[in-house]
Design a protein around this ligand. Sequence first.
Ligand SMILES: [Zn+2]
Length: 324
Amino acid sequence: MRVWALGVALLAFPLVACAESVESQTVKQTDTARLQEAAPSHNHVAAHETLLEAEKHQETNSATTIPKMGPVPITCYGIAEQGGLVVCRTEPNAQVKIARAEDDFYFETSDENGILFVGFDRDEATNFIEHAGNRVTFELKPRDYDTSRIDGLPKNMVNEYTPEELKRIRAASAKKKIGFASRVQPVGFKDGFIYPIQEDYIKTTNFGAQRILNGVPKKPHYGVDLAAPKGTPIVAPADGIVSLASEDMYFEGALILIDHGQGLISYYLHMDDVMVEDGQAVKQGEQIATVGSKGRSTGPHLCWRLKWRNRNLDPELLTQWSQD
Ligand SMILES: [Zn+2]
């Protein structure tokens, strides 16, 4: 049986230890060293007095410079990169501050095992999480993203939709909204992802590629495009619950969303055959669909994407998750 809490308890290398506890240990070590120097073993009284001095000093230090700490420091493990994800552990059901900057933050609640996912957006630079005076900071190095320039496109790229098309677009986005709001308990994501296509494919676009059309930068491409013949099986990259399965999406054609826990949602576009239903539990490696070219697509391929809450992550990065 897979036990999520156990998996996390075995995490070998917490990414960053809580800075405050390190500082507090340093204070103690320094005082002990000072004490040993000042107190040769033949002078017990002096040693005792020095000890008292040191304790007093330590108390002052604790009161003035060391913030109150929660009983469980935050430890995190995973891929602390732009587009990556870490799994953090703290107290159960804790309100954890997730921040991009001191004045740009919100709160998420850790689950009953104290587990909280934190994902990093394409262009995020610094990010920290904090609970009960414990803070873990992530310095995210800028990644190199591909640029694809297409010039000489016809000027009128703006779509005009008929009322019927608009109706379909609105219905589709309402469905997506519900699917992306899914927040299942973290049952699925533990050992990272496998590729959703296990047969031959050609990767045609990387995550985050910047598109420049007629010299104008457009929204980056948040998916990883894997081209493969129509009908190629697509499998679930990790266990999860299907939070949307639809063959009637205006832009995506066919769309599947899988919640791997806490709203870590991988999704799949343009498929030919959709083989799962809303609410269905899927296992890693289980077939969910076949490659197609439905919706706005130029040829058979899978557009594979990943979101955590409102952030766009790189699904391919999670295939590098440590299996130790
Ligand atoms: Zn794509």
